[in-house]
Design a protein around this ligand. Structure first.
Ligand code: XUL
Ligand code: CO
Length: 433
């Protein structure tokens, strides 16, 4: 045991009367919601990078957090892992997620990076023997080091492509060894700053070839989890190639990978792309590529990716409504890709942030489930399209313009506009959240 969390004991569900802020008021893991344990619906994951590797810097100032494990040695990386697994236990977190660079010290070359990663993966494996926490997903950090400044797979320099491919292989091996349920690719530098120095055609071909190799390697090693792309429209690149769900789907179709790769949708990224989170979720489900979510918000005023813990229950209920409608998570889950504010220095802040986030997710899930079980919203939606159930109307979808014109004339079709009833549906929604 380390002494970092000052003897904070495991967080329990105490209901609405709980007196401490280190207790769950809504998240009751064993409570059954729509026939399934709440914990199995939500599948919470702690993000290793923000909680344990982020120093608290912003564009105007550096580190604010003092953590005894900060530094680039294997021993400190193991101390970090000790504290991380203690936090997973305190929270009862079913999952965690990591990038290679969060967990291992940076080596002088590729071989040293790989050795460091393997040593930490073995250490994780040992810790997981006595922990209930599993790996939701692993990923490679192909964006922080200066070698990636012009991209990873889409870099003009083939040596960076090679380094990136080799690194992803080691990270897929690590994820597979730890029983990870997914492997994520967020293309932090896969985009461009200016078209003046960028060949779009080449970069797309490189990205397609790279992803095809990832899929081939998954099958080669027998990794049963899902490969997930995480869309984001900009930041750090001015224009990111994986802009949003629709863009990613077009890319997957182009390279014949739409049945192999799904998406990890982040709330904040959806908003940056000019969408709502629920739009991105509904579209992914409709295209058959819904995988997992990163449940962290941005600040609506600042317009950049502030990665804050979620706090907006009505918005989150819309998201979980789409997740439930899509049939819930299979390999995916709810990852908190969220960091503390840089003034939140105390170990208790780290615990309270996750407790609050888990609680608001549980509250949103319960509201969404109640609305879905009530059925009135789905009935109203169905009724709006009911005309399409008539065979003569459905037949139009495989007909032609001239035949339809003849039908309009012979039947004297003259459509009468009907209310979309938006306010009534909003009132219905608001009775549940
Ligand atoms: C960046 C982001 C990443 C991915 C994993 O905005 O969301 O942390 O989730 O690389
Ligand atoms: Co994310």
């Amino acid at each position: 045991m380390t002494d970092f969390f000052n003897g904070i004991t495991p967080i329990k569900y105490e209901g609405l009367d709980a007196s401490s802020d280190l207790a769950f008021r809504h998240y009751n893991p064993d409570e059954i919601v729509m026939g399934k344990r709440m914990a199995d619906h939500l599948r919470f994951a702690v993000a290793y990078w923000h909680s344990f590797a982020w120093p608290g810097g912003d564009p105007f100032g550096g580190q604010t957090f003092e953590r005894p494990w900060f530094g680039d040695t294997i021993d400190l990386a193991k101390l970090k892992a000790d504290v991380a697994f203690e936090m997973f236990d305190i929270l009862g977190a079913p999952f965690f997620c990591f990038h290679d660079a969060d967990v291992r010290p940076e080596g002088a070359d590729f071989a040293e990076n790989t050795r460091n990663l393997e040593e930490i993966v073995d250490y994780f494996a040992q810790k997981m023997e006595s922990s209930k926490t599993r790996l939701l997903w692993g990923t490679a950090n192909l964006f922080s080091h200066r070698r990636f400044m012009s991209g990873a797979a889409t870099n003009p320099d083939p040596e960076v492509f090679a380094w990136s491919a080799a690194t992803v292989k080691t990270c897929m091996d690590a994820t597979h060894k730890l029983g990870g349920e997914n492997y994520v690719l967020w293309g932090g530098r896969e985009g461009y700053e200016t078209l003046l120095n960028t060949d779009l055609t080449r970069e797309a071909e490189q990205a397609g070839a790279f992803l095809s190799m990832v899929v081939d390697y998954k099958h080669k090693i027998g990794f049963k989890g899902a490969i997930l792309i995480e869309p984001k429209p900009q930041e750090p690149s001015k224009h990111q190639y994986d802009y949003d769900v629709a863009t990613v789907y077009g890319f997957l179709k182009r390279f014949g990978l739409e049945n192999e790769v799904k998406v990890n949708i982040e709330q904040g990224h959806a908003i940056l792309a000019g969408h709502s989170f629920e739009h991105e979720l509904a579209l992914a489900a409709s295209l058959g590529i819904f995988g997992s979510i990163d449940m962290n918000r941005n600040d609506y005023q600042s317009g950049w990716d502030t990665d804050q813990f979620p706090d907006n229950v009505p918005e989150m209920a819309r998201a979980y409504y789409e997740v439930l409608k899509a049939g819930g998570f299979t390999t995916g889950g709810t990852n908190f890709d969220a960091k503390l504010r840089r003034q939140s220095l105390d170990p208790e802040d780290l615990i309270a942030a996750h407790v609050g986030a888990m609680d608001v997710c549980a509250r949103a899930l319960k509201a969404a489930a109640a609305l879905l079980e009530d059925g009135a919203l789905e009935e109203a939606r169905k009724a709006r399209y009911a005309g399409w159930d008539a065979p003569e109307n459905r037949a139009m979808l495989t007909s032609d313009l001239a035949t339809i014109e003849a039908r309009v004339r012979s039947q004297g079709i003259n459509p009468a506009p009907r209310s979309g009833r938006q306010e009534r549906l909003e009132n219905l929604w608001n009775r549940f959240v």
